[in-house]
Design a protein around this ligand. Structure first.
Ligand code: SAM
Length: 365
C-alpha cells in the first residue's frame, strides 16, 4: 500500500521521522520518502499491510490510515494513493488539452478496486504552480472520469457535501496525484481543542516541529509570546513532565489560551502568566527551553516596533535561558541582529511554510 502524507513545507524530515517511529511500533516493513517527485510538503509511505491477532487468535487487519490519522502530530492528511504521474509541459497547455490529458489518465485507473461503487463520492482538488486550468476544472474533470469508470460496474453517486468517499486530486507543478483522502475534509492540523481562535495562531503541526527542534529533555519550557497556547498545549498533550509556562501580553489571548488548554484537558499542566516578554526576567528566574512564534507585526501591532521588541526580548532571554531556544518569524534581519547582539549562537536555520509565507526558523543556544 502506498500513502501520500501531507504536512507543512520545510518540516518533511521531521514528519518523516515521526512516521518512521510510528510505523516501527506497528512492526511492518515500510519505506518513507520525503518530497516524492520533488513535491514539497509531501511524504510517500510504502508499507505492507498491518495485522494483529484478536482474542480468539484470529489474524485481523489494522488500518494504517486510521492509525496515522489518530497518532500523528505532524501530518495534515493521510491519502491512500491510487496513482501519481508527471505530466510534462502541462503548465503551458491550453485548458482543453490539459484537462483531456488528466481525464484520459484517470479513466485508465482501476478506481473500482479502491471503493464500493454504491458509496457516494466527491473530488476535492488542490492545485499549486502555473497552469491555465483551475482547481475547480480539475475537480470536475476528475469527477467525470471517476463517474464514467464506475458506471461500468454499477450506479455511482456523487455527493459534494457529505460524501462517503473523498477523492483527492492534486496538481502541483507537473505532478498529478490521485488518492482517497482518509483524513476527511478537516486537515489534522486543525485541532479539536481550539475553542479560541487567535488571529495569528500557529499550525499545530508546526508547533510540534518546533518542539522536536528544541529537543526538550523534561526540564522547564516556556513560550514567552504564547498567544492561544498552541505550542504549550501540544507539548502538554505529548505527556511532557517538566514545568510548562506561557507568557502573553494581552489578557484576551491568555484567557483564550486557558480555554484551549481546558478543552485539551491540560489546563492544570500549564502556568499561564499575563505579562510582557521584554520583562521576562521579572517572571522567571531561569528556564531551560524557550519556543515561540514571535509577533511579526503583520496581523497584530506595527512592523516598525519589531526590531526594538526583539532586541529587548532577546536581552531578557539571555538572563534566563539555560539551554536552547527555537523561534519562528518572517523578520530575518531583526531576529538575527537580536540573537547575535545578545550573545546567542544560531545552531540551525530553516524555512517553514506557514500561512502562505516561508517563515524563518532558528535554533539558538
Ligand atoms: N503561537 C501563538 C498561537 O498559536 O496562538 C501565536 C503567537 S502570535 C504570533 C504572537 C503573540 O505575541 C500575540 O498573541 C501577541 O499578543 C503577543 N505579544 C506581543 N508582544 C508581546 C510582549 N511584549 N510580550 C508578550 N506577548 C506579546
Amino acid at each position: 500500500m502506498k500513502f501520500l502524507l501531507t504536512t507543512s513545507q520545510g518540516i518533511e524530515d521531521i514528519a518523516g521521522r515521526e512516521v518512521a517511529s510510528l510505523m516501527e511500533r506497528l512492526g511492518v516493513p515500510f519505506r518513507v520518502e520525503e518530497k516524492p517527485l520533488g513535491v514539497e510538503g509531501r511524504l510517500l509511505l510504502e508499507a505492507d499491510k498491518a495485522y494483529y491477532t484478536d482474542e480468539k487468535g484470529r489474524k485481523r487487519e489494522l488500518s494504517i490510515a486510521t492509525y496515522l490519522n489518530e497518532s500523528s502530530r505532524l501530518l495534515h492528511r493521510v491519502i491512500l494513493e491510487i496513482a501519481s504521474e508527471r505530466f510534462e509541459g502541462i503548465g503551458e497547455e491550453e485548458p482543453e488539452t490539459a484537462l483531456k490529458r488528466i481525464k484520459e489518465f484517470v479513466s485508465s485507473l482501476p478506481i473500482e478496486r479502491f471503493v464500493k461503487v454504491s458509496e457516494s463520492f466527491a473530488v476535492r482538488p488542490f492545485r499549486k504552480g502555473e497552469h491555465k486550468i483551475t482547481s475547480v476544472e480539475i475537480a470536475r474533470t476528475v469527477g467525470e472520469a471517476i463517474f464514467e469508470r464506475l458506471s461500468r460496474f454499477g450506479s455511482p453517486r456523487v455527493n459534494l457535501d457529505h460524501p462517503a468517499v473523498i477523492f483527492r486530486a492534486e496538481l502541483v507543478g507537473e505532478v498529478f496525484f490521485l488518492g482517497i483522502d482518509t483524513t476527511g475534509d478537516s486537515s489534522l492540523h486543525k485541532r479539536p481543542w481550539r475553542v479560541y481562535n487567535h488571529p495569528a495562531h500557529l499550525k499545530a503541526s508546526i508547533a510540534n516541529a518546533l518542539i522536536e527542534l528544541v529537543e526538550p529533555d523534561g526540564r522547564s519550557f516556556i513560550d514567552p509570546f504564547c498567544g492561544s497556547g498552541t505550542i504549550l498545549i501540544e507539548l502538554a498533550l505529548r505527556g511532557y513532565e517538566g514545568r510548562i509556562i506561557g507568557l502573553e501580553k494581552y489578557r484576551k489571548h491568555i484567557r483564550g489560551a486557558e480555554m484551549n488548554a481546558l478543552a485539551a484537558g491540560v489546563l492544570d499542566r500549564i502556568e499561564f502568566i499575563h505579562g510582557d516578554a521584554t520583562k521576562l526576567s521579572q517572571y522567571v528566574e531561569s528556564v531551560d527551553f524557550a519556543v515561540s512564534n514571535l509577533p511579526y507585526g503583520l496581523k497584530i501591532g506595527r512592523k516598525s516596533m519589531i526590531p526594538r521588541l526583539y532586541m529587548a526580548f532577546f536581552g531578557e532571554l539571555s538572563k534566563v535561558l539555560e539551554k536552547r531556544g527555537v523561534f519562528i518569524t518572517t523578520e530575518k534581519k531583526a531576529i538575527e541582529k537580536a540573537i547575535t547582539e545578545n550573545g546567542f549562537k544560531i545552531k540551525h536555520h530553516r524555512l517553514i511554510g506557514h500561512g502562505g509565507l516561508m517563515v524563518h526558523t532558528y535554533v539558538v543556544e
